[in-house]
Write a protein that binds this ligand. Structure first.
Ligand SMILES: Nc1ncnc2c1ncn2[C@@H]1O[C@H](COP(=O)(O)OP(=O)(O)O)[C@@H](O)[C@H]1O
Ligand SMILES: [Mg+2]
Length: 306
């Protein structure tokens, strides 16, 4: 059984003055149990709409979504889910501790378990010191961390997180990545959205890229990275300070006695063949790849051009 299954999900909003917005243009997506999935896309791409449909907070125009085999919208489909909405807002007169206990009671946990789990998650999210203060005095990052704490308290199997790293400083972002990796080692399923490519690079098994309501790419992170190899920077120990070329490729620069060449993938074999037959020392071969950021931007651009 898949943790999340999306089939032909299509959502049209009615905008101002009878305009229609196709926020989602009908796509399929399945997230396996135990998978960490990054849902990447620029602002307005349809990430939050997808998440709200999966949570049953919006109704699709057509298509469907399921969590653990149960239709979105059924209360029982949400029982095993931790959900972080975008821009979470809480009863600000409550303290983090009171709020987390309230969430625990909503999931029918007993008092002893609530107190144990609430201590665990408040400490994990660095909210322990502030736990008794009303949330109205919390910073944006603290509110975001309360949002994450309330997804963890009932120890669900599936996590649906809308921009979990947003509003956090680098330490907070690293903490969230750590938590996601922890969930992964415990066999949990995580579906999270982000518009920042760095967020997905270290934590995700797979990435889906959504642009203007369509899923434009779906692959394992490492495949995306491997496909992104463009060429190599090859550092050679050349005997004299003269510029040389191999297979028609000229030196880019020289630092001390080492010369650097930029060699596209297609020229690699020819270049190395000439280098080897000249008995020249190779000091270093660096891989030049398109990073995820470039990958993402190229998808956005190709979509805008079409
Ligand atoms: N309630 C709504 N009414 C009308 N249009 C909406 C509504 N919610 C979202 N949209 C539109 O749907 C598109 C996708 O929005 P959203 O899912 O929030 O994007 P993302 O989360 O990727 O930034 C946008 O064009 C947005 O303006
Ligand atoms: Mg959003």
């Amino acid at each position: 059984m898949n943790a999340i299954e999306i089939t032909g999900l299509y959502k049209q909003f009615s905008g101002k003055r009878m305009t229609k917005v196709d926020a989602l243009k009908g796509f399929d997506l399945a997230i396996a149990t135990g998978e960490v999935f990054g849902f990447l896309g620029p602002n307005g791409a349809g990430k939050s709409t997808t998440i709200k449909l999966v949570m049953g907070l919006l109704r699709p125009t057509s298509g469907s979504a399921q969590i653990m085999g149960m239709d979105a919208g059924q209360a029982k489909s949400r029982r095993h889910v931790g959900y972080l909405p975008e821009n979470p807002a809480f009863y600000e007169y409550l303290s983090a501790e009171e709020y987390i206990s309230f969430v625990g009671s909503q999931f029918k946990m007993d008092a002893a378990l609530i107190s144990r789990r609430s201590e665990e998650v408040l400490k994990r999210l660095d909210l322990w010191e502030a736990r008794k203060r009303p949330m109205r005095g919390y910073s944006k990052g603290m509110v975001q961390r309360v949002g994450l704490a309330q997804t963890l308290v009932h120890d669900p199997d599936v996590y649906i997180l809308d921009e979990p790293m947003s509003g956090l400083d680098p330490i907070g972002r690293a903490l969230v990545k750590d938590i996601i990796l922890d969930l992964k080692t415990r066999g949990k399923s995580v579906f999270f959205s982000t518009h920042i490519t760095d967020d997905v690079e270290k934590v995700c098994d797979r990435v889906g890229v959504i642009v203007k309501g369509s899923l434009v790419a779906l692959d394992r992170v490492e495949n995306i990275l491997r496909n992104g190899v463009e060429g190599y920077v090859i550092h050679l120990q050349l005997p004299e300070a003269v510029s040389r070329s191999f297979a028609g490729i000229d030196m880019v620069r020289r630092v001390n006695s080492v010369s650097e060449f930029y060699v596209p993938c297609s020229a690699f074999n020819a270049f190395m063949g000439e280098v080897n037959s000249s008995a020249i020392n190779v000091v270093l071969v660096e891989t030049k790849r398109r990073d995820l950021e470039d990958f993402f931007l190229s998808l956005v651009r190709s979509d805008l051009e079409s």
